[in-house]
Design a protein around this ligand. Structure first.
Ligand code: NAD
Ligand code: UDP
Length: 314
């Protein structure tokens, strides 16, 4: 059994990952500054004596003894990563350097949670790992997109220069229970709006597309990547089912039985028009493909938000 550090362990994906790793019998340390993550997310894990939580910011160095590091610390919602863009860059650059320095010192394997945003507003459909992307270096999304691109560069350079054992996954839009109701990402926004019978807000004309992966599928792919020998990546992880935001709004409305109206609000600056992963590499190298379809994943996520809204209302 391994000693595993999960940065961003109190976040949405991070908390599911910690739970999964504990279930496999590992010792797990969650490291988080609770910017977007919550102690509530990891509360069910705290009874497990193999679990520890540290409040720490990865822009500061930390000295620990671990065998594996999953580096997930970074706000993922455009609303949150644009709140303090300089901090977002620091988290991706200084934070990744600190995790790579730690990995180098203790000879740990380190996995970087990269993103489909490294492809920017892609001119190639679907996106393969060999595509270099179409990223605006000076826009409001750049702190995240370019930050994550530098993080990938650092991973590769520590690997080539210092033989650090690295893994890079490029995560496409992921959703599920434990997203924050005020997260600002599309799935949580639409579900919360629908459950409150408030207008469902579509940015732009709603023809932009995304492909949505349920969180348990994502965690499975991330763990397989960490455990596969001799594969640095990057490897795309996502669900190749592509939907327009208008289709998503209608689907959420229908599955919640909501009377919300669908309204169109101004588009977000530099909002990618189309995004869809080519997951052939993950299928070939990890034997992985998502198993939870959108309808089923939405049902589980709707149930989560329904419970949450009822408990906060009472
Ligand atoms: P999240 O915002 O729920 O989780 C991020 C976690 O990192 C939070 O717990 C936050 O408090 C913590 N954090 C942020 N800055 C930190 C810092 N400086 N030091 C310590 N902790 C810090 O987001 P998520 O959806 O769980 O995303 C997790 C990772 O996956 C992120 O790196 C994100 O970029 C990547 N990713 C997610 C998606 C997605 O659709 N969810 C898509 C692509 C990539
Ligand atoms: N979006 C929307 N309404 C919302 C939130 C988001 O129409 O209330 C759109 C957004 O403009 C983008 C897509 O949904 O085209 C996905 O946005 P999200 O913030 O979830 O993540 P992104 O993929 O842009 O990082």
């Amino acid at each position: 059994m391994a000693r595993i550090l999960v940065t961003g362990g109190a976040g949405f994906i991070g908390s599911h990952l910690c739970e999964r790793l504990l279930g496999m019998g590992h010792d797990v340390i969650s490291l988080d500054n609770y910017f977007t993550g919550t102690r509530e997310n990891i509360r069910p894990l705290t009874d497990n004596f193999r679990f520890e939580a540290i409040r720490h910011d990865i822009t500061d160095p930390i000295y620990l003894e671990v065998d594996q590091i999953y580096n997930l610390a970074c706000p993922a919602s455009p609303v949150h990563y644009q709140y303090n863009p300089v901090k977002t860059v620091k988290t991706n650059v200084m934070g990744t350097i600190h995790m790579l320095g730690l990995a180098k010192r203790v000879n740990a394997r380190v996995l970087q949670a990269s993103t489909s945003e490294v492809y920017g507003d892609p001119e190639v459909q679907p996106q393969t790992e060999s595509y270099w992307g179409n990223v605006n270096p000076i826009g409001p999304r750049s702190c995240y997109d370019e930050g994550k691109r530098v993080a990938e560069t650092l991973m590769m350079d520590y690997h080539r220069q210092n033989q650090v054992d690295i893994r890079i996954v490029r995560i496409f839009n992921t959703y599920g229970p434990r997203m924050r109701p005020d997260d600002g990402r599309v799935v949580s926004n639409f579900i919360v709006q629908a459950l409150k019978n408030e207008p469902i807000t579509i940015h732009g004309d709603g023809k932009q597309t995304r492909a949505f992966c349920y969180v348990s599928d994502m965690v499975e792919g991330i763990v397989r990547m960490m455990e596969t020998p001799d594969l640095t990546g990057p490897v795309n992880l996502g669900n190749p089912g592509e939907f327009t935001m208008l289709q998503l709004a209608e689907q959420v409305k229908s599955q919640t039985g909501s009377g919300s109206e669908i309204v169109f609000v101004p588009p977000r600056e530099d909002d990618p028009i189309q995004r869809n992963p080519d997951i052939s590499l993950a299928e070939e190298k990890l034997g992985w493909r998502p198993t939870v379809q959108l309808e089923q994943g939405l049902d589980r996520t709707i149930a989560h938000f329904d419970d949450l809204l009822r408990s906060t209302a009472s």
